[in-house]
Design a protein. Sequence first.
Length: 60
Amino acid sequence: MQIFCSGLGDKFPDITNASRRIKKSEVELCAKNGVGPIVEIQVGLDGIALAQAKPPRRSR
């Protein structure tokens, strides 16, 4: 995000991704360096799945 907001031209990316929304400080850095307008697009959702194996049955 820092490189994205650092400026315009061949040395800087035109698009970037993150697993979070852009921070206010990053928006301010982009504006300071003439980068904008910024458009955020949600592509997916992060998630965590928890699973536990069923214990084996004991024979009697």
